[in-house]
Design a protein around this ligand. Structure first.
Ligand SMILES: [Fe+2]
Ligand SMILES: [Fe+2]
Length: 386
């Protein structure tokens, strides 16, 4: 595609602050930013990555939480009610994301003791019950058949006739679509593997060994530059985007946040360990084709091989992971405890339902010539009210 830029902006000059989303110099129509033969800023990002700033409020619940989180931990007073759309609502999903992130990287200026503040956990429990109920309602009844868990997962992972984000990018994707796609993925990909790691101590025997095998690869076998989250940060830098954790949070719509909240829910509750494994299994089984497509799109748009490395790595790694995840992990878990089969299938269906909504809305926005984010990457940030 033709570029209107005289000179690509080197990615290593892209601002690393969260306000980088405002940067007008972010090129909109080609992906050659980092295509210089060496990865922009090296294979790994800055070693000092600060906690992300708190996001903007999106409604009554997040305004309430943000207000309190800025103070020292304390007993929360009467909490706002659960919102109308616990599954995809903007306010509801950001509120859950805020609560869950206290278990990951936290937020700048938020006391770490909020993580275990009983009144906040009591609120979260109520909110996530509503989230789980809405998920179960959307997924509908899950039937365990005689064909076995591996065959049932295989059926689920077979691409159907539904819309596909990666196929849309192949057919119509331009540079700004790819950057938006990557912005959506930051919520999950910059902490890829972490929610499933919580499940390790809840498993034993063959299932535990299979999960550790997969997770070791996700964490680069202990090599920092090969950690999948680091590879994704490299992609962002190569595309002239901000690779700092949480940089695009204000731009991510409810269904995108739901995609990461669902796996945090599964990972944090031992009761839902089967669902977490079903989620991971379907992720691994449904990865090779879309990852390969996105890599091809990046190549077509002139992105560097470094920008494609995250996607190319998954094409290779997940060809192996898909078998381990289905046969050894999900199959191993259900062999140990057949009661968990229904949960494994629920987890697999749940991520499908959430991703389908995110895909549907994203494609609808792109086909209308609009941004799929809450505002375009080049639009200025709102006042965070800090
Ligand atoms: Fe990965
Ligand atoms: Fe994988």
């Amino acid at each position: 595609m033709a570029s209107t830029l005289e000179k690509p902006v080197p990615a290593d000059t892209a601002p690393l602050s969260p306000d980088a989303v405002d940067a007008p110099e972010t090129p909109a129509d080609d992906l050659t930013v980092g295509a210089t033969g060496t990865p922009a800023g090296g294979r790994v990002g800055p070693t000092e990555r600060p906690e992300p700033p708190l996001p903007e409020p999106r409604g009554e619940i997040t305004a309430f939480l943000l207000d309190h989180l800025r103070d020292e931990p304390h007993d929360l007073p009467a909490l706002p009610p659960v919102g109308d759309d616990p599954l995809f609502g903007e306010d509801e999903q950001l509120a859950l994301y805020l609560a869950y992130e206290l278990h990951y990287r936290g937020f700048e200026g938020v006391a770490e003791d909020w993580e275990w503040e009983p009144s906040l956990l009591a609120w979260r429990r109520r909110q996530e019950r509503a989230f789980e109920e809405a998920l179960r309602e959307t997924v509908g009844p899950v039937e365990v058949s005689d064909e076995g868990i591996v065959a049932q997962l295989d059926e689920l992972a077979t691409p159907g006739d539904g819309p596909s984000l990666s196929q849309w990018l192949v057919d119509h994707g331009e540079a700004h679509h790819v950057r938006e796609f990557c912005a959506h993925r930051t919520a999950w990909q910059l902490k890829e593997a972490d929610p499933h790691t919580w499940v390790i101590p809840r498993l034993y025997g063959a299932a535990k060994a299979a999960l550790v095998h997969i997770q070791a690869d996700e964490y680069g076998e202990g090599v920092e530059e090969d950690v999948h989250a680091e590879l994704f940060a490299l992609t962002l830098r190569e595309l002239g985007m901000d690779d700092s954790y949480g940089a695009y949070l204000d731009l991510l719509p409810g269904p995108t946040l739901a995609g990461t909240n669902v796996v945090s829910l599964f990972g944090l509750h031992r009761r839902l360990r089967g669902a977490a494994i079903g989620h991971l299994a379907i992720f691994e089984m449904f990865s090779v084709l879309p990852m390969g497509r996105v890599s091809d799109v990046l190549g077509r748009l002139g992105a560097s091989t470094w920008a494609r490395l995250f996607f190319d790595t998954h094409v290779v790694a997940d060809a192996d992971h898909q078998t381990i995840a289905a046969r050894d992990l999900a199959g191993g878990l259900v062999a140990q405890d057949p009661r968990l089969a229904v949960d494994v299938l629920f987890g697999a269906h749940a991520i499908g339902a959430v991703e389908a909504e995110m895909t549907r809305r994203t494609i609808a926005a792109w086909e209308a010539g609009e941004t799929s984010l809450r505002r375009a990457l080049s639009e200025p940030a709102q006042d965070r009210g800090a």
